[in-house]
Design a protein around this ligand. Structure first.
Ligand code: FES
Length: 67
């Protein structure tokens, strides 16, 4: 079941919990490159910085605002 949840940037091997420590999405991207490779995690990263959550359902309805 865990592959139905999204909690990390697979490309740079960083969990959202780790990435949340940065002040902003831009800061996290500069430091780690997260969200810049396949960009699959990018809507989730945006939602993370907006909501503070670090684990998401693959089809979280809030993602509609960040696609
Ligand atoms: S999973 Fe984050 S850029 Fe690919």
């Amino acid at each position: 079941m865990c592959d139905e949840q999204v909690n990390r940037c697979e490309c740079v091997h960083k969990t959202f919990e780790e990435l949340k420590a940065f002040a902003s999405l831009e800061a996290a991207q500069q430091a780690t490159g997260c969200g810049l490779e396949c960009e699959g995690c990018l809507p989730y990263l945006k939602l993370m910085f907006a909501s503070g959550d670090t684990v998401f359902e693959l089809d979280d309805p809030r993602l509609a605002a960040y696609e």
